[in-house]
Design a protein around this ligand. Structure first.
Ligand code: XMP
Length: 513
Protein backbone atom coordinates (compact mmCIF):
# COMPACT_ATOMS: atom_id res chain seq x y z
CA UNK A 1 0.00 0.00 0.00
CA UNK A 2 1.52 3.32 -0.91
CA UNK A 3 0.96 6.17 1.50
CA UNK A 4 2.70 9.36 2.43
CA UNK A 5 5.18 8.78 5.19
CA UNK A 6 7.71 10.76 7.17
CA UNK A 7 10.39 8.82 9.01
CA UNK A 8 12.05 9.83 12.22
CA UNK A 9 15.65 8.69 12.63
CA UNK A 10 16.40 8.00 16.27
CA UNK A 11 19.68 9.43 17.58
CA UNK A 12 18.87 8.53 21.18
CA UNK A 13 16.74 11.47 22.28
CA UNK A 14 13.90 11.21 24.75
CA UNK A 15 11.23 12.69 22.52
CA UNK A 16 11.54 10.45 19.47
CA UNK A 17 8.09 8.94 19.62
CA UNK A 18 6.65 12.29 20.52
CA UNK A 19 8.00 13.69 17.24
CA UNK A 20 6.37 10.81 15.36
CA UNK A 21 3.16 11.42 17.18
CA UNK A 22 3.20 15.12 16.28
CA UNK A 23 3.67 14.22 12.63
CA UNK A 24 0.74 11.81 12.84
CA UNK A 25 -1.27 14.66 14.35
CA UNK A 26 -0.71 16.40 10.99
CA UNK A 27 -2.42 13.33 9.45
CA UNK A 28 0.80 12.07 7.97
CA UNK A 29 1.94 8.55 8.78
CA UNK A 30 5.20 8.46 10.69
CA UNK A 31 7.50 5.78 12.03
CA UNK A 32 10.65 5.89 14.12
CA UNK A 33 13.72 3.99 12.90
CA UNK A 34 17.30 3.65 14.14
CA UNK A 35 19.67 6.39 12.99
CA UNK A 36 21.70 3.91 10.93
CA UNK A 37 18.81 2.72 8.77
CA UNK A 38 20.40 1.92 5.42
CA UNK A 39 19.99 4.30 2.51
CA UNK A 40 18.58 1.43 0.44
CA UNK A 41 15.92 0.82 3.02
CA UNK A 42 15.12 4.53 3.10
CA UNK A 43 14.80 4.56 -0.71
CA UNK A 44 12.50 1.58 -0.54
CA UNK A 45 10.31 3.29 2.05
CA UNK A 46 10.22 6.40 -0.11
CA UNK A 47 9.48 8.89 2.67
CA UNK A 48 8.29 12.41 1.92
CA UNK A 49 10.56 13.70 4.67
CA UNK A 50 13.04 12.65 7.34
CA UNK A 51 13.45 14.05 10.84
CA UNK A 52 16.64 13.58 12.86
CA UNK A 53 15.93 13.48 16.58
CA UNK A 54 17.92 14.96 19.40
CA UNK A 55 20.21 12.86 21.54
CA UNK A 56 22.44 13.09 24.58
CA UNK A 57 25.76 12.95 22.70
CA UNK A 58 28.20 15.43 21.28
CA UNK A 59 28.97 14.97 17.58
CA UNK A 60 32.66 14.84 18.53
CA UNK A 61 32.32 12.03 21.08
CA UNK A 62 33.89 8.79 19.80
CA UNK A 63 30.79 6.62 20.23
CA UNK A 64 28.20 9.13 19.07
CA UNK A 65 25.64 8.06 16.48
CA UNK A 66 26.55 9.44 13.07
CA UNK A 67 24.58 8.72 9.91
CA UNK A 68 25.92 8.51 6.39
CA UNK A 69 26.56 11.89 4.78
CA UNK A 70 24.97 10.65 1.57
CA UNK A 71 21.57 10.91 3.17
CA UNK A 72 21.70 14.65 2.45
CA UNK A 73 22.09 13.95 -1.27
CA UNK A 74 18.90 11.92 -1.60
CA UNK A 75 16.74 14.96 -2.33
CA UNK A 76 14.43 14.10 0.57
CA UNK A 77 13.64 17.03 2.88
CA UNK A 78 15.38 16.62 6.24
CA UNK A 79 14.73 18.39 9.51
CA UNK A 80 17.39 18.05 12.20
CA UNK A 81 16.34 18.68 15.77
CA UNK A 82 18.85 19.50 18.56
CA UNK A 83 21.61 16.84 18.23
CA UNK A 84 20.16 16.17 14.76
CA UNK A 85 20.70 19.82 13.83
CA UNK A 86 24.26 19.76 15.13
CA UNK A 87 24.96 16.58 13.20
CA UNK A 88 23.68 18.15 10.00
CA UNK A 89 25.93 21.18 10.55
CA UNK A 90 28.91 19.02 11.46
CA UNK A 91 28.63 16.67 8.48
CA UNK A 92 28.09 19.50 6.02
CA UNK A 93 31.06 21.63 7.02
CA UNK A 94 29.66 23.87 9.76
CA UNK A 95 31.14 24.22 13.21
CA UNK A 96 29.73 22.67 16.37
CA UNK A 97 31.15 23.71 19.72
CA UNK A 98 30.37 23.68 23.42
CA UNK A 99 28.07 26.62 24.07
CA UNK A 100 29.44 29.27 26.45
CA UNK A 101 26.38 28.59 28.60
CA UNK A 102 24.08 25.60 28.29
CA UNK A 103 20.56 26.65 27.48
CA UNK A 104 17.91 24.66 29.26
CA UNK A 105 14.23 25.42 29.40
CA UNK A 106 11.94 27.98 27.84
CA UNK A 107 13.95 30.40 25.74
CA UNK A 108 12.92 33.32 23.60
CA UNK A 109 14.00 32.72 20.02
CA UNK A 110 14.04 35.38 17.32
CA UNK A 111 13.12 33.92 13.98
CA UNK A 112 12.98 34.92 10.35
CA UNK A 113 9.26 34.72 9.70
CA UNK A 114 9.68 34.92 5.92
CA UNK A 115 10.88 31.31 5.91
CA UNK A 116 8.59 28.46 4.96
CA UNK A 117 9.43 26.59 8.18
CA UNK A 118 8.26 29.55 10.23
CA UNK A 119 5.14 30.57 8.32
CA UNK A 120 2.56 32.13 10.68
CA UNK A 121 4.96 31.96 13.64
CA UNK A 122 5.64 35.06 15.73
CA UNK A 123 8.99 36.73 15.26
CA UNK A 124 9.79 36.27 18.92
CA UNK A 125 8.58 32.94 20.12
CA UNK A 126 9.15 30.75 23.17
CA UNK A 127 10.95 27.51 22.41
CA UNK A 128 12.22 24.65 24.57
CA UNK A 129 16.00 24.38 24.59
CA UNK A 130 18.07 21.63 26.12
CA UNK A 131 21.65 21.60 24.91
CA UNK A 132 25.29 21.87 25.89
CA UNK A 133 26.78 21.97 22.38
CA UNK A 134 25.49 24.31 19.71
CA UNK A 135 26.07 25.19 16.09
CA UNK A 136 28.71 27.88 16.28
CA UNK A 137 28.78 28.35 12.51
CA UNK A 138 26.34 27.16 9.89
CA UNK A 139 27.74 25.34 6.83
CA UNK A 140 28.67 27.80 4.05
CA UNK A 141 25.62 27.17 1.88
CA UNK A 142 23.14 27.50 4.76
CA UNK A 143 21.20 30.55 5.91
CA UNK A 144 20.68 31.24 9.60
CA UNK A 145 16.93 31.54 10.22
CA UNK A 146 16.73 31.93 14.00
CA UNK A 147 18.93 33.08 16.89
CA UNK A 148 18.87 33.38 20.66
CA UNK A 149 21.11 35.50 22.90
CA UNK A 150 23.29 32.37 23.31
CA UNK A 151 22.85 30.59 19.95
CA UNK A 152 24.14 32.25 16.81
CA UNK A 153 22.38 29.48 14.87
CA UNK A 154 19.14 28.49 16.61
CA UNK A 155 17.80 27.44 13.19
CA UNK A 156 19.29 27.20 9.72
CA UNK A 157 18.26 26.03 6.28
CA UNK A 158 19.35 25.34 2.76
CA UNK A 159 16.10 25.69 0.86
CA UNK A 160 17.45 24.34 -2.45
CA UNK A 161 18.70 21.16 -0.81
CA UNK A 162 15.60 21.02 1.42
CA UNK A 163 17.71 20.77 4.56
CA UNK A 164 16.43 22.37 7.75
CA UNK A 165 17.64 22.39 11.33
CA UNK A 166 16.44 23.70 14.68
CA UNK A 167 18.41 23.69 17.90
CA UNK A 168 15.24 23.73 20.01
CA UNK A 169 12.56 21.04 20.35
CA UNK A 170 9.45 21.90 18.31
CA UNK A 171 7.78 18.63 19.38
CA UNK A 172 7.38 19.47 23.08
CA UNK A 173 4.46 21.44 24.43
CA UNK A 174 6.70 24.13 25.90
CA UNK A 175 7.64 25.26 22.40
CA UNK A 176 4.57 27.36 22.04
CA UNK A 177 4.44 27.39 18.24
CA UNK A 178 6.27 24.11 17.71
CA UNK A 179 3.30 22.32 16.20
CA UNK A 180 2.97 25.06 13.57
CA UNK A 181 6.64 24.64 12.69
CA UNK A 182 6.35 20.87 12.35
CA UNK A 183 3.22 21.31 10.30
CA UNK A 184 5.03 23.76 8.03
CA UNK A 185 7.84 21.27 7.56
CA UNK A 186 5.60 18.29 6.93
CA UNK A 187 3.00 19.98 4.73
CA UNK A 188 4.85 22.82 2.98
CA UNK A 189 8.46 21.66 2.83
CA UNK A 190 7.80 17.93 2.37
CA UNK A 191 4.62 18.54 0.39
CA UNK A 192 2.49 16.03 2.27
CA UNK A 193 -1.24 16.27 1.74
CA UNK A 194 -2.18 15.00 5.21
CA UNK A 195 -4.65 12.35 4.14
CA UNK A 196 -3.59 9.73 6.65
CA UNK A 197 -5.98 8.77 9.41
CA UNK A 198 -6.06 6.18 12.15
CA UNK A 199 -8.04 3.92 9.82
CA UNK A 200 -5.00 3.84 7.53
CA UNK A 201 -2.96 2.64 10.52
CA UNK A 202 -5.53 -0.02 11.11
CA UNK A 203 -5.54 -1.14 7.46
CA UNK A 204 -1.78 -1.09 7.17
CA UNK A 205 -1.30 -2.99 10.41
CA UNK A 206 -3.83 -5.63 9.39
CA UNK A 207 -1.91 -6.18 6.15
CA UNK A 208 1.40 -6.40 8.00
CA UNK A 209 0.00 -8.88 10.50
CA UNK A 210 -1.34 -11.09 7.71
CA UNK A 211 2.03 -11.10 6.05
CA UNK A 212 3.87 -11.91 9.28
CA UNK A 213 1.51 -14.54 10.63
CA UNK A 214 0.72 -16.35 7.39
CA UNK A 215 -1.13 -19.50 8.37
CA UNK A 216 0.30 -19.60 11.91
CA UNK A 217 -1.66 -19.91 15.14
CA UNK A 218 -1.86 -16.82 17.33
CA UNK A 219 -2.58 -16.55 21.03
CA UNK A 220 -3.64 -13.42 22.86
CA UNK A 221 -3.86 -12.91 26.61
CA UNK A 222 -6.89 -10.70 26.80
CA UNK A 223 -7.55 -8.74 29.95
CA UNK A 224 -10.43 -6.65 28.71
CA UNK A 225 -8.33 -3.50 29.15
CA UNK A 226 -8.06 -1.01 26.30
CA UNK A 227 -4.70 -2.12 24.96
CA UNK A 228 -5.20 -5.86 24.88
CA UNK A 229 -8.75 -5.40 23.51
CA UNK A 230 -7.56 -3.24 20.63
CA UNK A 231 -4.68 -5.61 19.90
CA UNK A 232 -7.05 -8.59 19.94
CA UNK A 233 -9.55 -6.98 17.59
CA UNK A 234 -6.79 -5.96 15.17
CA UNK A 235 -5.56 -9.54 15.13
CA UNK A 236 -9.07 -10.90 14.79
CA UNK A 237 -9.63 -8.70 11.73
CA UNK A 238 -6.32 -9.81 10.30
CA UNK A 239 -6.32 -13.54 10.90
CA UNK A 240 -9.81 -14.47 12.12
CA UNK A 241 -10.00 -17.96 13.56
CA UNK A 242 -6.24 -18.43 13.62
CA UNK A 243 -6.43 -16.28 16.75
CA UNK A 244 -7.38 -17.59 20.17
CA UNK A 245 -7.96 -15.14 23.00
CA UNK A 246 -7.48 -16.41 26.50
CA UNK A 247 -9.26 -14.36 29.11
CA UNK A 248 -8.34 -15.32 32.64
CA UNK A 249 -10.98 -14.31 35.14
CA UNK A 250 -8.96 -14.32 38.34
CA UNK A 251 -11.91 -13.35 40.46
CA UNK A 252 -10.34 -9.95 41.08
CA UNK A 253 -12.14 -8.07 38.33
CA UNK A 254 -14.63 -5.26 38.75
CA UNK A 255 -18.30 -6.09 39.06
CA UNK A 256 -19.70 -7.62 35.84
CA UNK A 257 -16.37 -7.17 34.07
CA UNK A 258 -15.90 -10.81 33.16
CA UNK A 259 -19.32 -10.95 31.53
CA UNK A 260 -18.76 -7.63 29.75
CA UNK A 261 -15.53 -8.87 28.23
CA UNK A 262 -17.17 -12.12 27.22
CA UNK A 263 -20.11 -10.27 25.66
CA UNK A 264 -17.73 -8.44 23.32
CA UNK A 265 -15.18 -11.14 22.57
CA UNK A 266 -17.13 -14.33 23.19
CA UNK A 267 -19.27 -16.28 20.72
CA UNK A 268 -22.17 -13.83 21.02
CA UNK A 269 -19.93 -10.85 20.24
CA UNK A 270 -19.23 -9.24 16.88
CA UNK A 271 -15.77 -10.72 16.35
CA UNK A 272 -15.07 -14.03 14.76
CA UNK A 273 -12.45 -15.41 17.06
CA UNK A 274 -11.82 -18.32 19.35
CA UNK A 275 -12.42 -17.09 22.86
CA UNK A 276 -11.58 -19.01 25.99
CA UNK A 277 -12.72 -17.71 29.34
CA UNK A 278 -10.99 -19.40 32.21
CA UNK A 279 -12.87 -19.01 35.46
CA UNK A 280 -9.95 -19.37 37.81
CA UNK A 281 -11.37 -17.57 40.84
CA UNK A 282 -11.02 -20.48 43.22
CA UNK A 283 -7.48 -21.16 42.12
CA UNK A 284 -6.46 -17.56 42.87
CA UNK A 285 -8.38 -17.28 46.14
CA UNK A 286 -6.83 -20.44 47.50
CA UNK A 287 -3.31 -19.29 46.60
CA UNK A 288 -4.02 -15.95 48.26
CA UNK A 289 -5.51 -17.40 51.44
CA UNK A 290 -3.74 -16.05 54.51
CA UNK A 291 -1.38 -13.80 52.53
CA UNK A 292 -1.33 -10.17 53.63
CA UNK A 293 1.96 -8.70 52.44
CA UNK A 294 1.33 -6.55 49.31
CA UNK A 295 4.34 -7.68 47.27
CA UNK A 296 3.68 -11.32 48.11
CA UNK A 297 0.08 -10.90 46.91
CA UNK A 298 1.24 -9.28 43.68
CA UNK A 299 3.75 -12.04 43.02
CA UNK A 300 1.23 -14.80 43.69
CA UNK A 301 -1.34 -13.25 41.35
CA UNK A 302 1.25 -12.65 38.61
CA UNK A 303 2.64 -16.15 38.89
CA UNK A 304 -0.75 -17.85 38.98
CA UNK A 305 -1.85 -15.85 35.95
CA UNK A 306 1.08 -17.19 34.02
CA UNK A 307 0.40 -20.76 35.14
CA UNK A 308 -3.24 -20.57 34.06
CA UNK A 309 -2.26 -19.07 30.73
CA UNK A 310 0.42 -21.68 30.24
CA UNK A 311 -2.07 -24.50 30.87
CA UNK A 312 -4.37 -23.07 28.22
CA UNK A 313 -1.54 -22.54 25.74
CA UNK A 314 -0.55 -26.20 26.16
CA UNK A 315 -4.12 -27.34 25.51
CA UNK A 316 -4.24 -25.35 22.28
CA UNK A 317 -0.78 -26.57 21.28
CA UNK A 318 1.66 -25.48 18.55
CA UNK A 319 1.01 -21.76 18.87
CA UNK A 320 3.44 -19.71 16.77
CA UNK A 321 2.72 -16.16 17.83
CA UNK A 322 1.86 -14.39 21.06
CA UNK A 323 0.02 -11.06 20.84
CA UNK A 324 0.76 -8.38 23.35
CA UNK A 325 -0.98 -5.08 23.80
CA UNK A 326 2.27 -3.28 24.59
CA UNK A 327 1.97 0.44 23.91
CA UNK A 328 4.65 3.06 23.66
CA UNK A 329 4.69 4.26 27.30
CA UNK A 330 5.19 0.61 28.37
CA UNK A 331 8.20 0.46 26.07
CA UNK A 332 9.73 3.56 27.62
CA UNK A 333 9.00 2.46 31.14
CA UNK A 334 10.54 -0.95 30.66
CA UNK A 335 13.45 0.63 28.79
CA UNK A 336 14.27 2.96 31.63
CA UNK A 337 13.69 0.36 34.31
CA UNK A 338 16.57 1.67 36.39
CA UNK A 339 14.60 3.15 39.22
CA UNK A 340 13.90 1.41 42.48
CA UNK A 341 11.03 -1.07 42.46
CA UNK A 342 8.09 0.59 44.13
CA UNK A 343 5.67 -2.16 43.14
CA UNK A 344 6.33 -5.12 40.92
CA UNK A 345 3.92 -4.53 38.08
CA UNK A 346 2.16 -7.38 36.52
CA UNK A 347 0.55 -7.38 33.14
CA UNK A 348 0.69 -9.68 30.20
CA UNK A 349 4.18 -8.31 29.52
CA UNK A 350 5.49 -11.04 31.81
CA UNK A 351 4.20 -13.89 29.69
CA UNK A 352 6.71 -14.75 26.99
CA UNK A 353 9.39 -15.83 29.44
CA UNK A 354 7.45 -18.89 30.33
CA UNK A 355 5.70 -20.02 27.21
CA UNK A 356 7.42 -21.08 24.06
CA UNK A 357 6.50 -18.91 21.07
CA UNK A 358 8.17 -18.33 17.77
CA UNK A 359 7.50 -14.65 17.81
CA UNK A 360 5.69 -11.86 19.60
CA UNK A 361 3.28 -9.57 17.78
CA UNK A 362 2.94 -6.09 19.26
CA UNK A 363 0.82 -4.08 16.85
CA UNK A 364 0.42 -1.06 19.16
CA UNK A 365 4.02 -0.72 20.18
CA UNK A 366 4.39 2.72 18.65
CA UNK A 367 1.16 4.29 19.77
CA UNK A 368 0.29 6.47 22.73
CA UNK A 369 -2.77 5.65 24.81
CA UNK A 370 -5.06 8.16 23.13
CA UNK A 371 -3.94 6.90 19.72
CA UNK A 372 -4.77 3.34 20.82
CA UNK A 373 -8.22 4.60 21.79
CA UNK A 374 -8.63 6.17 18.35
CA UNK A 375 -7.61 2.91 16.70
CA UNK A 376 -10.11 1.10 18.95
CA UNK A 377 -12.89 3.39 17.76
CA UNK A 378 -11.89 2.77 14.14
CA UNK A 379 -12.19 -0.93 14.84
CA UNK A 380 -15.69 -0.47 16.19
CA UNK A 381 -14.90 -1.47 19.76
CA UNK A 382 -17.67 -0.19 22.07
CA UNK A 383 -17.01 3.19 23.61
CA UNK A 384 -17.20 1.92 27.21
CA UNK A 385 -14.32 -0.46 26.50
CA UNK A 386 -12.27 2.07 24.54
CA UNK A 387 -12.63 4.70 27.23
CA UNK A 388 -11.90 2.52 30.20
CA UNK A 389 -9.71 3.82 32.93
CA UNK A 390 -6.55 1.80 33.57
CA UNK A 391 -7.04 -1.29 35.69
CA UNK A 392 -4.04 -3.04 37.22
CA UNK A 393 -3.18 -6.62 36.29
CA UNK A 394 -3.52 -7.86 39.92
CA UNK A 395 -6.95 -6.23 39.95
CA UNK A 396 -8.88 -5.89 43.16
CA UNK A 397 -6.23 -7.98 44.89
CA UNK A 398 -4.26 -4.76 45.42
CA UNK A 399 -7.35 -2.75 46.35
CA UNK A 400 -8.11 -5.03 49.27
CA UNK A 401 -5.74 -4.37 52.10
CA UNK A 402 -4.73 -7.51 53.94
CA UNK A 403 -5.95 -10.98 53.08
CA UNK A 404 -8.09 -11.38 49.96
CA UNK A 405 -11.29 -13.36 50.45
CA UNK A 406 -14.33 -13.87 48.23
CA UNK A 407 -16.38 -11.86 50.73
CA UNK A 408 -14.00 -8.89 50.60
CA UNK A 409 -13.98 -9.05 46.80
CA UNK A 410 -17.77 -8.85 46.82
CA UNK A 411 -17.68 -5.79 49.10
CA UNK A 412 -15.17 -3.88 47.04
CA UNK A 413 -16.90 -4.81 43.76
CA UNK A 414 -20.26 -3.53 45.00
CA UNK A 415 -18.83 -0.34 46.49
CA UNK A 416 -16.77 0.38 43.39
CA UNK A 417 -19.77 -0.18 41.14
CA UNK A 418 -21.84 2.34 43.09
CA UNK A 419 -19.00 4.86 43.07
CA UNK A 420 -18.51 4.58 39.31
CA UNK A 421 -22.24 4.75 38.70
CA UNK A 422 -22.66 7.95 40.72
CA UNK A 423 -19.61 9.61 39.17
CA UNK A 424 -21.06 8.86 35.74
CA UNK A 425 -24.56 10.03 36.76
CA UNK A 426 -23.13 13.31 38.03
CA UNK A 427 -21.01 13.68 34.86
CA UNK A 428 -17.89 14.48 36.85
CA UNK A 429 -15.62 11.88 35.27
CA UNK A 430 -14.01 14.21 32.75
CA UNK A 431 -10.47 14.93 33.78
CA UNK A 432 -10.29 12.02 36.21
CA UNK A 433 -7.34 9.77 35.48
CA UNK A 434 -8.58 6.97 37.68
CA UNK A 435 -11.21 6.50 40.37
CA UNK A 436 -12.16 3.44 42.36
CA UNK A 437 -13.12 2.05 45.73
CA UNK A 438 -10.71 0.10 47.90
CA UNK A 439 -11.34 -1.94 51.00
CA UNK A 440 -9.35 -0.93 54.04
CA UNK A 441 -8.61 -3.69 56.47
CA UNK A 442 -10.10 -1.57 59.21
CA UNK A 443 -13.31 -2.45 60.98
CA UNK A 444 -14.93 0.04 63.25
CA UNK A 445 -18.02 0.53 65.31
CA UNK A 446 -21.15 2.01 63.83
CA UNK A 447 -24.87 2.02 64.49
CA UNK A 448 -27.57 0.94 62.09
CA UNK A 449 -31.26 0.65 62.99
CA UNK A 450 -30.45 0.92 66.70
CA UNK A 451 -28.02 -1.96 66.38
CA UNK A 452 -24.29 -1.81 66.95
CA UNK A 453 -22.27 -2.73 63.87
CA UNK A 454 -18.63 -3.66 63.59
CA UNK A 455 -17.91 -3.47 59.88
CA UNK A 456 -15.38 -2.48 57.25
CA UNK A 457 -14.44 1.00 56.05
CA UNK A 458 -14.34 1.53 52.30
CA UNK A 459 -11.93 4.13 50.92
CA UNK A 460 -12.73 6.08 47.79
CA UNK A 461 -9.92 7.30 45.59
CA UNK A 462 -9.98 9.64 42.59
CA UNK A 463 -6.93 11.17 40.96
CA UNK A 464 -6.12 13.57 38.18
CA UNK A 465 -3.06 12.54 36.24
CA UNK A 466 -1.89 12.31 32.69
CA UNK A 467 1.18 10.13 33.13
CA UNK A 468 0.23 8.09 36.23
CA UNK A 469 3.73 8.72 37.59
CA UNK A 470 2.48 11.62 39.66
CA UNK A 471 -1.11 12.38 40.52
CA UNK A 472 -3.23 14.91 42.37
CA UNK A 473 -6.17 13.98 44.47
CA UNK A 474 -9.31 14.95 42.56
CA UNK A 475 -11.80 17.33 44.14
CA UNK A 476 -15.00 15.40 43.67
CA UNK A 477 -18.02 17.56 44.57
CA UNK A 478 -19.16 16.95 48.11
CA UNK A 479 -22.77 16.18 47.10
CA UNK A 480 -21.52 13.36 44.89
CA UNK A 481 -19.28 11.94 47.61
CA UNK A 482 -21.99 12.04 50.24
CA UNK A 483 -24.46 10.34 47.90
CA UNK A 484 -21.91 7.61 47.17
CA UNK A 485 -21.16 7.18 50.87
CA UNK A 486 -24.84 6.91 51.68
CA UNK A 487 -25.51 4.37 48.99
CA UNK A 488 -22.49 2.26 49.93
CA UNK A 489 -23.37 1.97 53.61
CA UNK A 490 -27.00 1.28 52.77
CA UNK A 491 -26.49 -1.13 49.90
CA UNK A 492 -23.26 -2.95 50.62
CA UNK A 493 -23.49 -5.44 53.43
CA UNK A 494 -20.45 -5.38 55.68
CA UNK A 495 -19.59 -1.67 55.30
CA UNK A 496 -20.46 0.98 57.87
CA UNK A 497 -17.99 3.75 57.02
CA UNK A 498 -16.72 5.46 53.85
CA UNK A 499 -13.50 7.48 53.72
CA UNK A 500 -12.12 9.69 50.95
CA UNK A 501 -8.40 9.51 50.20
CA UNK A 502 -7.03 13.08 49.87
CA UNK A 503 -3.37 12.22 49.26
CA UNK A 504 -1.49 12.94 46.09
CA UNK A 505 1.18 10.74 44.49
CA UNK A 506 3.84 11.08 45.81
CA UNK A 507 3.83 10.54 48.75
CA UNK A 508 1.00 8.00 48.28
CA UNK A 509 0.64 5.81 45.20
CA UNK A 510 -2.53 5.57 43.15
CA UNK A 511 -3.34 1.99 44.11
CA UNK A 512 -3.35 1.03 47.78
CA UNK A 513 -0.83 -1.79 47.52
P1 XMP B 1 0.63 3.25 41.38
O1 XMP B 1 -0.24 2.53 42.36
O2 XMP B 1 2.00 2.64 41.26
O3 XMP B 1 -0.07 3.02 39.96
O4 XMP B 1 0.68 4.72 41.60
C1 XMP B 1 0.27 3.71 38.78
C2 XMP B 1 -0.60 3.18 37.66
O5 XMP B 1 -0.24 1.83 37.37
C3 XMP B 1 -1.35 0.99 37.54
N1 XMP B 1 -0.84 -0.26 38.12
C4 XMP B 1 -0.66 -1.40 37.41
N2 XMP B 1 -0.91 -1.70 36.13
N3 XMP B 1 -0.13 -3.90 36.49
C5 XMP B 1 -0.67 -2.97 35.67
O6 XMP B 1 -0.93 -3.28 34.51
C6 XMP B 1 0.16 -3.67 37.79
O7 XMP B 1 0.65 -4.53 38.50
C7 XMP B 1 -0.13 -2.35 38.27
N4 XMP B 1 0.01 -1.75 39.50
C8 XMP B 1 -0.41 -0.47 39.36
C9 XMP B 1 -2.29 1.72 38.45
O8 XMP B 1 -3.63 1.27 38.30
C10 XMP B 1 -2.08 3.13 38.00
O9 XMP B 1 -2.79 3.39 36.81
Amino acid sequence: MSQEMVIVLDFGGQYNQLIARRVRECNVYCEVHPYNLSLDKIKEMNPKGIIFTGGPNSVYAPESPICSKEIFEMGIPILGICYGSQLMAYLLGGKVATAPVSEYGKTEVTIDTTREMFKNVNQKTICWMSHTDYIAEAPADFTVTAITPVCPVAAMENKERKLYAVQFHPEVMHTVEGMKMLQNFVMDVCGCSGDWKMDSFVEKTIEEIREKVGKGKVLCALSGGVDSSVAAVLLAKAVGKQLTCVFVDHGLLRKNEGDEVEAVFGPEGPYDLNFIRVNAQERFYSKLAGVTEPEAKRKIIGEEFIRVFEDEAKKIGAVDFLVQGTIYPDVIESGLGKSATIKSHHNVGGLPDCVDFKEIVEPLRLLFKDEVRKAGRELGIPEYLVNRQPFPGPGLGIRIIGEVTAEKVRIVQEADYIYREEIANAGVDTGLGQYFAALTNMRSVGVMGDERTYDYAVALRAVCTSDFMTADCAQIPWEVLSKVANRIVNEVKGVNRVLYDCTSKPPATIEFE
